[in-house]
Ligand binder design. Structure first.
Ligand SMILES: *Cc1c(COP(=O)(O)O)cnc(C)c1O
Length: 399
């Protein structure tokens, strides 16, 4: 156990220091405990560990010191009591729901959550008797109407991806608690550096560590943060049994990623803001979706709720899919990939990739039009990124 008291320190100090466990070797950087099991001094100690009479590691599906360091550091940054690290962002959502829900329960979820989350709630969970209703992220009347006596959980991402809509977490927390529900916020796009949902009343925070926590596009991982009551027995108990565990190697990458998270998020925000403002001036661009723009419908709420606007910028070019594809193919720096949160900037055509499973009608109603492009703005020089976007615009203008 570390003696570090996060309450006393700011975000940067937590990011660099929280959770560190010192071995007898005196290392300054955190150790990677790359081991599947742990040995006992004798048979009696083994028995005591297994019975729970003596705390300590047994097997890395249950606990691992490197994974624990990552969990403590992320919990300290989010301001939660306990964190459970998982093998992916999706397994964080799965583990949370399997641990806390049962057949007959109901989820109300934002329609604008990660596509695979929509699939999990809409297609997988009904097999096990858990139903979901999807509502537009910022339609608070629809959230209230969708709640039934069976509802146990409200689930959202804010800002949404790819359109950057911002929902009032505090307002949804009040609604959730009036109805005996948990408010679960997927904080992947903001990270604790830009938004701390617990300070706004959320009960659980979900992460895909794959994105900004890693920050360099190397590993898949996830996490759930919340109270000891919800996480210790229910979620961690599920993970021990189901094996949705994070690997120690990945935990070490994410742990070291957290140390530079604030610096990186500030750089993402700075570059993204410049790119968004530049795009807004281009005649071929019909609309730019970025909460940092004054033209954004929830800009004021974003200013109140977030300390920065993140690295995802989306925009709609004139000329539909042909223009959008020509734009993508003309860029030289942007990586054509659906991942986000990397130092490398990426470009995606949501309608034919991340959102290809939606019907045309669903896509149009959720704003995923054929002319829409999504950027994850990375850490290249912003002048170079804008130069690359100029190539894209020139190509889109020719179609
Ligand atoms: C990527 C992502 C996920 C899923 O995370 P994986 O690590 O890919 O399993 C969940 N939510 C959001 C918002 C994401 O961007």
């Amino acid at each position: 156990m570390s003696r570090f008291d996060p309450e006393k320190y700011g975000m940067n100090t937590r990011a660099v220091r929280a959770g560190k466990v010192q071995s007898q070797e005196g290392e300054n950087s955190e150790l990677l405990y790359l081991t599947s099991s742990f040995v006992f001094h004798n048979a009696a100690e083994a028995a005591a560990r297994f019975s729970g009479d003596s705390p300590g590691n047994i097997y890395s599906r249950f606990t691992n010191p490197t994974v624990r360091m990552f969990e403590e550091r992320l919990a300290a940054m989010e301001g939660g009591e306990r964190c459970v690290a998982t093998s992916s962002g999706m397994s964080a959502i799965l583990s949370t729901c399997m641990a806390l829900l049962q057949a007959g329960d109901h989820i109300v979820s934002s329609l604008s959550v990660f596509g695979t989350t929509v699939n999990m709630f809409g297609k997988l969970f009904p097999k096990f008797g858990v139903q979901s209703t999807f509502v537009p992220l910022t339609d608070y009347a629809a959230w209230a109407q969708a709640i039934t006596p069976a509802t146990r959980m409200l689930f959202l991402e804010t800002p949404s991806n790819p359109l950057g809509e911002v929902a009032d977490i505090q307002r949804l927390a009040v609604l959730a608690h009036e109805n005996n529900c948990l408010l679960v916020v997927d904080n992947c796009l903001c990270t604790p550096v830009l938004q701390t949902p617990f300070s706004l009343g959320a009960d659980l925070v979900i992460h895909s560590a794959t994105k900004y926590l890693d920050g360099q596009g190397r590993c898949i991982g996830g996490a759930v943060v919340g109270s000891k009551e919800l996480l210790e027995e229910p979620v961690h108990g599920f993970l021990r049994t189901a094996g949705t565990t994070m690997s120690p190697f990945n935990a070490w990458i994410f742990l070291k990623g957290l140390e530079t998270l604030k610096l990186r998020m500030e750089a993402h925000c700075r570059n993204a803001q410049q790119v968004a403002e530049w795009l807004e001036q281009q005649p071929l661009v019909e609309q730019v979706f970025y909460p940092g723009l004054k033209s954004h419908p929830q800009h004021e709420l974003a200013c109140r709720q977030q300390s920065g606007f993140g690295g995802v910028v989306s925009f709609r070019v004139r000329g539909g899919r042909t223009a959008a594809w020509s734009f993508i193919d003309a860029t030289r720096l942007f990586s054509i990939t659906a991942n986000l949160g990397d130092t490398k900037s990426t470009i995606t055509h949501p309608a034919t990739t991340t959102h290809h499973k939606l019907s045309d009608a669903q896509r149009e109603s959720s704003g995923i039009s054929q002319g829409l492009l999504r950027l994850s703005v990375g850490h290249e020089d912003v002048e170079d990124l804008i130069g690359d976007l100029e190539l894209g615009l020139a190509a889109a203008a020719r179609v």
